[in-house]
Design a protein around this ligand. Structure first.
Ligand code: BGC
Length: 756
């Protein structure tokens, strides 16, 4: 299709019209020119296609669809191929349902356990979030259906989400909040990007030219179109100019008119409107020309796929010999979630599931007794419920309590105010654990919870919000038909107050200051060597693994070279299983504040008992770099870097070092205010100013006319003198030289240095 030719035939009104939705879910058609309308739909872990009453909060019904595990779960799989398969299935269902774009993945960083939408987001780690997101996008788009990676950017809280400003310094944006988007754009080129509701450093994301054009398009090379989150537009004309192509949903014609007026008044270049229309139509036709509504959608097959995905995501957090369960034993399933699992979160991602399999359904035929334990609707556990649960627990070999967060505890639209589980459930778990020493807790939640009972139970399985087949997956894992292999994509702190954003999360009024900077999640807990409940990357298996023989391809590289790290991984247990090999990099010594370690590679590997395999990672400049604001670029400081490989961020099994030499000279500006220490540390001024500095160093000391006693003079040792001298600016050491050195001479040396 010749898109440019279509655009050239459109009137200004038609073009302005195309820059906003027809209604809640469609783009506008231009019937005169035969341009059809296309439909978009939520997303991300299944379809929320609404045919009648529409909304963006998950209130009204949508078609029956398959609810796959939410991102909190899929991230824990650390499995790119797996989430790619999920993307393919979702892409196929989009084709079947005539959808051009599925609204996801949602990749915002989990800055605090409190964010109401954490269940929809992948991780506290930007690399993991980016890799999982790119794999999902590639999966969906392999079916000629688009994605909309969201919410760009800095949308890490629900509180005041449409007015709050996320105030984040540039280095933190580049290192923590941008990479999931950047990796996705570079590796998967999403058809669309959805800008967020919030402001970023004072400017709405929907009208931020630096964000939507300079960074997204010019730096990263994004080629698709940008759409607004639903209702995220404040100043539409500023938005068009900034690079926001499509406003969603419809603006009722109001903003279309404003675009026309702005062009007529010479305030907005018509070429910018043309460009937006061209981008939207390019994507629409990419779908239209490849539409395959005859694609079958086998929902039963997707239900089975969803179970398979869920079992790869579950994280075994604790197991003191109690799991896997024996099918011949009598087991008590306790808690309403065993019968009615919580498997998805609330809001725009809410799916009208075609089928739900609970753990009780899945365990049919086994020796299971059931006690409700608590009521989700009433959020209470009566004495009778507890008594019934205790007697079921006493009669059973093992008691499995299905617990977690009810729907009302976490959802799009608001944040949590604490990290606790319902008090009634904690009480139930303690009572059951007191009645039966073999107690296991299965958790359904979208974000970390505090576990006051952790010392009283023998097993904990984090099932997250595992999709509509979560019960099937849970029973397979509990009874050992599947070997758990999920690892945490987020830290579980001991308590909420330990979280680095604790003091500032939510902000004051509309100002949310990200004062913890780059120290998000394990980057903070590791820097402070804090005790955590479960660390990032952690997860147990029914087998065991050993990592050995780390080989680095070089001892020394330049920042233009790649380094290969290879490790041998062995299944040392008696069952087949999967391990998540994690590679972290840490700068041994740095002049800027950096995390102890950062995830720079991971691979999920399946091994038979006794089997060994080599796993290799390639590290490039980015793996060693931090964002240097003065340079406006990634920078590697020359020096040693630790390469750590392990089974979690706190379980490093092998470690090596490499020296990386920078090929970029950081240009410093020196003045009379520059301090001695900095001048001496940089070879250029150290050499240029050497004679002067030597004279100053020699002459350094109190002047005779200050009446200093000999004893005091002796007390000023060389070391102390140097230490004091270190922090002095050039101007004050000059004055201490008692006229020995000519200021003009030093100034001209400085000018020379700064010119070079
Ligand atoms: C959400 C988006 C969603 C959109 C459409 C918004 O409220 O933030 O994630 O895609 O609604 O439902």
């Amino acid at each position: 299709m010749d898109i440019k030719a279509i655009v050239s035939q459109m009137t200004l009104e038609e073009k302005a019209g195309l820059c906003s939705g027809l209604d809640f879910w469609h783009t506008k058609p231009v019937e005169r020119l035969g341009v059809p309308s296309v439909m978009v739909s939520d997303g991300p872990h299944g379809l929320r296609k609404q045919e009648e009453k529409v909304d963006h909060l998950g209130v009204n019904d949508s078609i029956k669809a398959v609810c796959m595990p939410a991102a909190c779960a899929t991230a824990a799989s650390f499995d790119r191929a797996l989430i790619g398969r999920m993307g393919e299935a979702i892409g196929d269902s989009c084709q079947h349902e005539r959808l051009c774009v599925v609204l996801g993945p949602a990749v915002n960083i989990k800055r605090s356990p409190l964010c109401g939408r954490n269940f929809e987001y992948f991780s506290e780690d930007p690399y993991l979030a980016g890799e999982m997101s790119a794999a999902y996008i590639n999966g969906v788009q392999s079916r000629n259906v688009g994605t909309s990676i969201k919410h760009f950017a800095g949308n890490n809280q629900e509180h005041r989400r449409m007015s709050s400003s996320s105030n984040v310094d540039e280095r933190t944006l580049r290192e923590i909040y941008f990479p999931a988007f950047e990796i996705s754009v570079k590796k998967a080129q999403p058809w669309t990007v959805m800008c967020s509701y919030n402001r970023l450093n004072g400017t709405y994301a929907s009208e931020n030219p630096w964000l939507l054009t300079d960074v997204l398009r010019k730096e990263w090379g994004f080629k698709g179109y940008v759409m607004s989150d639903w209702g995220a537009v404040s100043n539409r004309v500023a938005g068009v100019a900034a690079g926001l192509d499509l406003e969603m949903p419809s603006s009722g014609g109001i903003n279309d008119k404003k675009i026309v007026e702005a062009v007529r008044a010479g305030k907005l270049d018509e070429a910018v409107v043309d460009q937006a229309v061209e981008r939207i139509l390019t994507i629409n036709y990419r779908y239209l020309e490849n539409a395959k509504p005859e694609t079958p959608w086998d929902q039963e097959a997707d239900h089975q796929l969803s179970a398979q995905i869920a079992q790869e995501c579950m994280v075994l957090l604790k197991n003191e010999g109690v799991l896997p369960l024996n099918k011949a034993d009598e087991i008590a399933f306790i808690g309403e979630f065993a019968r009615k699992p919580r498997f998805q979160g609330g809001g725009s991602s809410h799916i009208n599931s075609c089928k739900i399999t609970s753990a009780l359904d899945a365990a049919e035929g086994l020796k299971i007794t059931y006690a409700q334990g608590y009521s989700v609707a009433k959020d209470e556990a009566t004495d009778e419920m507890i008594a019934e649960a205790v007697s079921a627990a006493k009669a059973a070999k093992v008691a499995v309590v299905f617990a977690g967060l009810p729907d009302s505890y976490e959802s799009e639209g608001y944040d949590r105010s604490h990290m606790a589980m319902p008090a009634c459930q904690n009480r139930l778990i303690e009572a059951v654990a007191a009645a039966n020493p073999n107690t296991v807790v299965v958790l359904h939640n979208g974000s970390p919870v505090e576990m006051p009972w952790i010392g009283q139970v023998k097993g904990v399985l984090e099932a997250y919000l595992g999709g509509q087949a979560v019960g099937l997956a849970t029973v397979r894992v509990l009874f050992g038909d599947a070997n758990p292999s999920g690892h945490l994509a987020e830290t579980f702190p001991v308590k909420l107050a330990d979280n680095p954003s604790y003091l500032f999360y939510g902000g004051e009024g509309n100002e949310a200051d990200y004062r913890e900077g780059v120290f998000v999640g394990y980057r903070y807990y590791d820097k402070k060597a804090m005790e955590v409940l479960f660390p990032f990357g952690y997860g147990l298996s029914y087998t065991s693994f050993a990592y050995s023989n780390l080989r680095l391809s070089a001892e020394e590289i330049s920042d233009r070279d790649a380094l290969t790290a290879t490790v041998t991984v062995t299944n040392t247990g008696s069952r087949a299983g999967k391990t998540v090999v994690q590679l972290y990099v840490g700068d041994v010594q740095s002049t800027v504040l950096r995390p102890v370690r950062e995830l720079k590679g991971f691979e999920k590997v399946e091994l038979q008992p006794g089997e060994s395999r080599d796993v290799s990672f390639t590290l490039d400049k980015r793996a060693f770099a931090y964002w240097n604001t003065a340079l406006g670029d990634w920078h590697v400081e020359t020096g040693e870097f630790r390469i750590e490989i392990g089974q979690s961020s706190r379980d490093i099994e092998v470690c090596g070092t490499v020296r990386v030499n920078s090929t970029v000279a950081l240009k410093q500006h020196y003045s009379m205010d520059s301090i001695f220490m900095d001048l001496m540390a940089d070879p250029r001024p150290a050499q240029a100013l050497k004679p002067v500095l030597d004279r100053i160093a020699k002459g350094f000391g109190p002047s005779p006319d200050q009446g200093t006693t000999d004893a005091a003079k002796e007390a000023i040792t060389d070391e102390m003198g140097m230490a004091m001298l270190n922090y002095m600016p050039l101007r004050s050491v000059l004055s201490f030289s008692h006229g020995m050195i000519d200021e003009a001479e030093v100034q001209s040396m400085l000018d020379e240095l700064n010119r070079a």
